[in-house]
Write a protein that binds this ligand. Structure first.
Ligand code: ATP
Length: 248
């Protein structure tokens, strides 16, 4: 039985500043409950694809000039990021973007701003995050800017979780982190996927780890999907091994 399609990106073209064509017709699908990896070198267009889905291009002077994006069968290309959050689509930005002067817990609380929760529900939402990220519970009172890179990445994912998402767009979670911490974060991603049925569209330059945790992968090159397939098959593909896994 095939899972129903949650997100469908249909031939999108993205132009920055009215002239720089960055995505040249990207199509991809995220089935419900799956982890889908968006792979490719620096500059291939991964971040741009995520920003197109979460409608965060405007701030970068980018526009979707062709194609369409559907979520649960509904066009979402004209929705604001806040409307998307209400529908369950949340982006965790590259470089983590915590509020450095707020505590870890205050950062988490900002993630629930669209939900209008009462005290008890807010507390339950926090406890749910701490259950997945016990480290954050220990660090709850620390200023986020003084926590480690791994803890900041966890805070960013935890904040997304506070919105009770169906789908998380996760941009480069491994960036700048030690391998052991990266592994820890991907284990939590897998846990969230299996236990909470959160779907992920995951942009990663670290092809190796992404293909170990994802179900399916798309490889972007220069604004186009060059290859896609089951993660296990991509990991065995000779070209992928040579160009993206550094083995041949
Ligand atoms: P990274 O790993 O660096 O995030 P990426 O695959 O996510 O790489 P994008 O960030 O989507 O790639 O960038 C794709 C291309 O678009 C690059 O050539 C980049 O220089 C260009 N680009 C990104 N943002 C802008 C912008 N605001 N204005 C103009 N060009 C941009």
């Amino acid at each position: 039985q095939e899972a129903p399609v949650l997100l469908n990106v249909n031939g999108i073209e993205v132009i920055y500043n009215h002239v720089i064509l960055v995505l040249k017709g990207v199509s991809l699908t995220v089935p419900e409950g799956h982890i889908v990896a968006l792979l490719g070198a620096n500059g291939a267009g991964k971040t741009t694809t995520l920003r197109a889905v979460s409608n965060l291009l405007k701030a970068e002077r980018g526009d979707v000039t062709k194609g369409s994006i559907d979520y649960r069968g509904e066009r979402i290309d004209r929705l604001t990021p806040a409307d998307l959050v209400k529908r369950g689509v949340v982006q965790v930005m590259e470089g983590r973007h915590c509020f450095a002067h707020l505590t870890v817990e205050e950062n988490l609380l900002t993630g629930a701003y669209t939900r209008n929760l009462g005290r008890a529900d807010m507390h339950a939402a926090l406890e749910r995050v701490y259950q997945y990220f016990p480290r954050l519970k220990q660090r709850r009172g620390s200023q986020a800017g003084y926590t480690s890179g791994g803890e900041q990445q966890m805070t960013a994912i935890g904040r997304a979780l506070m919105a009770n998402p169906n789908m998380i767009l996760l941009d480069e979670p491994s960036m700048g982190l030690a391998p052991q911490i990266v592994e820890e974060i991907f284990e939590i991603v897998r846990d969230l996927n299996q236990r909470e049925k959160v779907s992920f569209l995951l942009a990663e330059q670290n092809t190796n780890i992404a293909l170990r945790y994802a179900d399916y992968g798309y490889i972007l090159e220069n604004g186009r999907v060059m290859m896609d397939g089951e993660a296990r098959e991509l990991a065995e593909n000779e070209d992928v091994k040579e160009f993206y896994l550094g083995v041949s």
